[in-house]
Design a binder for this molecule. Structure first.
Ligand code: HEC
Ligand code: HEC
Length: 350
């Protein structure tokens, strides 16, 4: 799949800005194993000492991949809690995100093929992105800043066989989502990490675990005062809350006043609350890509809403979220369509 037009042209302009691989003690690193974040067979992704796995309340959808996330802290350092934003990471810290497809999504025990491991490393003045592509034999992953297209076949949760050329970004494209010229982590926030995980000794809240390990310091609030981002699949939340949480992760990093999609004025980050900014009754800006529909969201009518149209189209110039996905997030589309359906019809000014 081609990246959407706009993204493709920006990618061209930025080509070869960053062709680096990480260094350790001044020596360039070519293999993921050299970063010493994992013990045992690398493909098992068993964290080494000083490496902390974590998961999120609302993850980003990437072609039904299974993701594993880890933070590696230099010894004697720690994360610093932030009440509303991304944790502060010490210099030298790395965050790893490994993407793979289970052979059968309904049965993870049937094995997994790992595709890529993305890395953000904290340096003096910000973060540097790196990309490792897994070898066919899964013995290690190679630093490949140019990215890769990887044929992948798997059974999805409905039992259907799916074949795609899984597309990784290159390291110049990380900034589309992670921020222009100044990439930053997106998910390592209190509200995303505030839930229970099992590190092998029974369920424990991730924030409490990190604090107990000395890996997280600062003013971590008592459990009852912690911010939490709703799990979008949690049906105890309202449709509106679920949609806002889903969109925050899947759309909000571009659709915010500073993001790649700022020119649209369509803001889908959690901080955006104005219904018009969120698309309700909003006239489309990108009318050539909006399927002929006039409004981003026509209340009560997903079939007349440009948002639904763009989520369900697989034309690479039209599909949202913009980027690299080849597959539609069926659950995400269903959630957003159901929410649009629930909005009272005929309420836009004519
Ligand atoms: C299309 C958008 C998009 C692109 C392109 C993208 N990322 Fe991300 N990335 C995200 C989002 C959203 C999250 C947080 C949610 C999650 O982890 O599921 C994230 C999370 C991460 C994390 C975990 C730490 C964090 O930010 O919370 C790492 C590491 C990472 N990305 C590295 C990269 C690298 C390296 C590249 C380029 C090779 C890249 N990403 C390209 C959207 C993107
Ligand atoms: C990687 C960045 C990125 C992500 C992620 C992203 N968008 Fe976009 N979006 C854009 C850009 C850039 C535009 C403007 C250019 C265009 O229309 O293609 C846009 C335009 C749109 C438009 C058209 C607005 C108008 O007024 O015509 C809609 C609707 C939209 N996005 C919905 C979404 C939704 C819903 C999500 C999340 C599921 C999402 N986008 C995720 C970058 C992104």
């Amino acid at each position: 799949m081609r990246a959407p037009l706009l993204i493709a042209s920006i990618a061209w302009a930025l080509q070869a800005c960053n062709t680096d691989c990480p260094t350790v003690n001044g020596q360039p690193v070519h293999l993921l194993s050299e970063l010493k974040a994992f013990d045992g067979a690398l493909k098992d992704q068993r964290p080494a000492a000083g490496v902390y796995p974590y998961s999120l309340q609302a993850p980003f959808f990437t072609d039904y991949t299974h993701k594993q996330r880890f933070i590696q802290l230099p010894s004697g350092t720690h994360l610093t809690f932030s009440a509303d934003g991304v944790f502060d990471l010490p210099i030298g810290a790395r965050i790893f995100k490994t993407f793979g497809h289970y052979a059968d999504q309904a049965d993870p025990t049937k094995g997994e093929t790992l595709h890529e491991t993305r890395v953000l490393e904290r340096v003096g003045n910000g973060y540097v992105p790196y990309l490792f592509i897994w070898k066919d034999d899964q013995s290690d992953a190679e630093c490949r800043p140019g990215g890769a297209s990887l044929p992948s076949t798997f059974f999805d949760a409905t039992g259907a066989s799916v074949s795609i050329n899984y597309q990784t970004p290159n390291v110049d494209q990380c900034q589309f989502c992670h921020g222009y010229y100044d990439p930053k982590p997106l998910g390592v926030k209190g509200r995303q990490l505030n839930h229970v995980n099992d590190y092998g000794a029974g369920p424990v809240n991730q924030l409490d675990y990190l604090v107990a390990q000395g890996a997280l310091q600062g003013e971590v609030p008592a459990p009852e005062n912690r911010p939490t981002q709703l799990d979008p699949t949690d049906v105890t939340g309202t449709l509106d809350e679920r949609v806002r949480s889903y969109q925050d992760t899947n759309c909000g990093m571009c659709h915010n006043p500073k993001g790649l999609a700022r020119v649209t004025g369509l803001y889908l980050n959690l901080e955006a609350t104005d219904p018009f900014a969120r698309g309700i009754c909003r006239p489309v800006v990108a009318y050539l890509r909006s399927g002929g529909f006039q409004r981003v969201i026509e209340p009560g009518r997903p079939e007349l809403s440009a948002m639904s149209f763009r989520l369900s189209s697989m034309d690479p110039d039209i599909h949202m979220p913009a980027g690299f996905n080849q597959l539609i997030d069926r659950d995400g589309v269903q959630l957003i369509d159901g929410w649009i359906q629930s909005l009272p019809e005929g309420t836009c000014p004519r």
